[in-house]
Design a protein around this ligand. Sequence first.
Ligand SMILES: *Cc1c(COP(=O)(O)O)cnc(C)c1O
Length: 373
Amino acid sequence: MMKFIDLDRQYEIIGKEIEERMAHVIQEKSFIMGPEVTELEDKLAAYVDRKHAITCASGTDALVIPLMAYELKKEDAVFVPAFTFYASAESVVLGGATPVFVDCDDTYNMDTEDLERQIQRVLREKKLNPRGIIPVDLFGQPADYDEILEIAKKYNLFVLEDAAQGFGGIYKGKKAGSFGEVSATSFFPAKPLGCYGDGGAVFTDDDSLAAKMKSIRVHGMGSNRYDNVRMGMNGRMDTLQAAVVIPKLAIFDEELEKRNRVARLYRKALEDKYIVPRVKEGKVSSWAQFSLLAKNRSHREEIIRRMKEKEIPVMVYYPIPLHLQTAFGYLGYAKGTLPNCEEYSERIFSIPMHPYLSDEEIGQICCLLTEMA
Ligand SMILES: *Cc1c(COP(=O)(O)O)cnc(C)c1O
């Protein structure tokens, strides 16, 4: 069976170093906030060119921690794309506010025209106060930051970049993780830069926001661990996980080049038959996913079935847009309100994507897809 994301091949390259680093943590028993955590934070901050990198327990916590720092209320609206992983919007509710969903464009990222339309609707309706925007770098491609930051300025909103999938991506020479007041990423094993469990990080240039987020990470601590000045959480990243990410970060740029090679080969072989991902000018994707559009839902089902027969895994990201999720039923969205993401959720599918796909595997995948186009 071919793997959707093959972590074995990466392990062949850096497995020994990962094991040595993990063994060192176990020897030292420095499981909580050991020196590897600080080492990783320094390296991550340098990588994305931000003043502060604060590691945490997951990508979800990396979104919740800044949202808690903003001290949001239920009447506060935070604008989130509807076509993304659930945590992008779940975090808004956990942070105490109300998500307002925005449709996507043909790159699957937040449609900035619809963003402004939704902000104006909220202002007209006067039930919620616009406070922030969470653009998502979906499938590895950074969102439209020039437009988004301009809209944020115009309406006085904070921008929290969700770079869980986009880490490693580039927008006009700047790395994903460096946009807006604060950015979040995830080290879930299947993300472009993953650990061996859950992990995440928050990035900012703002000293006072950084201090507040560090406090929230450890139960809202004040001058010491038993002085608590606000509500927080247990949101620390394990030292063992930091020990895994450090050697992975060292080969990350090489891996990104390899992912881009795979994407180029896929594009060349499939662009005449399928709608392949469009990467906008000035952007480099980290290729968290390579997604294609089938003609319709039944065409997609046929593709998935035939690929499975040949032991090629296919995934659907995302089958239900967030505004139609049961858990967000209380927001009262009807089907048809965000037409692009509703259509894509019926047609989209993702094929294996990792740095170590061989020409033979790529050929096999493209050959079968071409037959079914
Ligand atoms: C994975 C993901 C998250 C959450 O990350 P976890 O580490 O799984 O908590 C948030 N946003 C997006 C877009 C993601 O893909």
